[in-house]
Design a protein around this ligand. Structure first.
Ligand SMILES: Cc1cc2nc3c(=O)[nH]c(=O)nc-3n(C[C@H](O)[C@H](O)[C@H](O)COP(=O)(O)O)c2cc1C
Length: 198
């Protein structure tokens, strides 16, 4: 197996980070790989908001927590629907925890956002994957935080605080940091979803 394939297979979502900063040069190197992602018509619709200020990350996490708290309250009457019940339980656990179960105390959060154009979701997802893989190759852990994407897309107040244009869609929020440890085993992968047409 070559080193790129090995790196892809070794990437894991990391939810426990060391209290250690990532240098600006390394962050730049990682983000540059995102700028080399493929994009439809080479439009490169992505924009990167890179947050390295701990107070800003903590504040964002608090805002996200209170957003989920209010959603949990609002959706409680619909908890008889199994799907709603499941998400309410998950949102509630994260919102009520003393810990930061959104960014996991990661020292860096990168928000990828773009104006609403054709294929921008695919373009930005390629960019996000490059960030996560480049990070792994530098022994830096990452986790895509979809819980944050959901809230940021619904809160013009939070976008404004971060200087993200209100017309932009949040496509991916990625936490980065040195992991406590890289799990040595991947979560099980499905094998039955490959069909050959030969
Ligand atoms: C679009 C997307 C959203 C995700 N959102 C979250 C999230 O909010 N919190 C989290 O801890 N992990 C999140 N993840 C990570 C997944 O849980 C993880 O990729 C999956 O369980 C497989 O594990 P692995 O990344 O270690 O291979 C997200 C991943 C993707 C692609």
């Amino acid at each position: 197996m070559n080193s790129i394939i090995q790196n892809i297979k070794n990437r894991r979502s990391i939810r426990k980070y060391k209290d250690k900063k990532i240098t600006k040069d390394l962050i730049k190197e990682i983000v540059e790989t995102a700028q080399y992602a493929p994009s439809s018509h080479n439009r490169q619709p992505w924009n990167f908001t890179i947050i390295t200020n701990k107070a800003v990350i903590d504040d964002l996490s608090k805002d996200i927590k209170s957003w989920y708290k209010s959603i949990v309250k609002l959706s409680a009457p619909l908890s008889f629907i199994n799907e709603v019940k499941k998400s309410v339980r998950e949102m509630s656990a994260r919102a009520k925890s003393e810990k930061d179960l959104f960014f996991y105390h990661a020292p860096v959060v990168i928000i990828i956002h773009a104006p609403n154009k054709k294929f921008f979701l695919q373009d930005c997802s390629c960019a996000a994957q490059n960030i996560m893989l480049a990070a792994r190759s530098l022994n830096i852990g990452s986790c895509w935080i979809g819980f944050a994407d959901i809230v940021l897309n619904r809160s013009s107040k939070m976008k404004k605080k971060l200087g993200i244009p209100s017309s932009h869609k949040i496509m991916a929020t990625v936490a980065l940091g040195y992991p406590e440890k890289f799990p040595n085993k991947a979560l099980p992968r499905k094998e039955s979803n490959v069909e050959w047409v030969e």
